[in-house]
Design a protein around this ligand. Sequence first.
Ligand SMILES: NC(=O)c1ccc[n+]([C@@H]2O[C@H](COP(=O)([O-])OP(=O)(O)OC[C@H]3O[C@@H](n4cnc5c(N)ncnc54)[C@H](O)[C@@H]3O)[C@@H](O)[C@H]2O)c1
Length: 361
Amino acid sequence: MERKIRVGVVGLGWPGQRHLEAYLKHPQVEVIGLCDTNPVLLASIQSKYGVERGYGDFDDLLAVDELDAVSICTPNFLHQPMICAALAAGKHTLCEKPLAATLAQGELAAMAARESDRICMIGFSRRYREDSRLVKSLVDAGELGQIYHVRTGWLRRRWNPSVQGWFLSKQLSGGGPLIDLGVHMLDLALWFMGSPKAVSVSGSVSHHLGNTLSQTSSIDVEDLASAYIRLDNGATVILETSWVSYSGTGDHIFCQLMGTHGGAKIEFSAPTPVPPLEVYVDHAGVPLAAIPALPVGHETADVHFFNEISEFIAAIQENRQPASPIEHGLEILRILDAIYRSAETGAEIRLDRSSELAVAV
Ligand SMILES: NC(=O)c1ccc[n+]([C@@H]2O[C@H](COP(=O)([O-])OP(=O)(O)OC[C@H]3O[C@@H](n4cnc5c(N)ncnc54)[C@H](O)[C@@H]3O)[C@@H](O)[C@H]2O)c1
């Protein structure tokens, strides 16, 4: 039997606790220690989950010799320094989305990962849902033909009160709903299509409702963003995302693929009786909308975080690239950076790939 992988988690907010629960359920994992700068939260999570060792300083967790791997679930501005520190300490690293708060930080982290022999994975948790996996398997099997257009987004109607503090500072978060929610949906769109690269981006951001509805006046991030993205395989993506907007009744979270032989639409937020996933194909000349049968309980966060953690552990054990490698996180940051630049200049941004091609040659 293989030796258990010994892990730690830093940052014990909602996602940190999901990582921890998934590790505790995994038969080949031993949780060695937890880290958070909030001592009250740290003590309560240690006691709730029965984890003996707790640290207020990340360096102290990294100094634990037997630790193999860490999950980084801290605010966005800490992702890059923590990825670099963890890799330098020889630990496999799973970092929450986004890879970093800025493209420059993302490039630094990706460089550290390229120079390291440790696994470095980004927690694009939506990929690890059963409905997303089913769509990916249909696309990969060629059932939908060539995907040439995707509409995707996460439009939130009402401000979520847990979005506060560092989330509202561009310097600390890197942006608003685009880097918080849009990052998931853009990642899904690209992943479904086999990770094509963006060649040009036109984007826009709005600041109309955030300050009035968030009960704070110190927000310097957008409250809505939209973008039109052209990819190097000829396909296009339309992305829309908001933290607050007159867009519906709750959170509208969707990804709709249009291919040459078929299509698919996921509505993660669909209230019953709207089906969460539909597949569109022609059969004997008849246009059909099929509703795939998914396992009971497939939509819960427990399931997709367990799938994500299992992929991280498998990549470590098999010493291979994880399914959501750091380079995918970097491509997303390149696009987000171009969306923000396009919004600022009012012009389309072309992404120059010549330096990457030079490296590839
Ligand atoms: N995958 C998902 O579905 C999902 C969901 C929510 C958030 N996230 C991501 O997870 C990250 C954390 O988000 P959150 O909502 O938990 O934020 P949060 O602010 O609620 O929690 C962050 C935690 O990190 C701790 N922390 C801050 N600085 C620290 C440091 N230097 N060392 C150790 N601990 C430190 C804080 O005390 C806090 O407990 C963000 O990057 C966010 O984008 C992902």
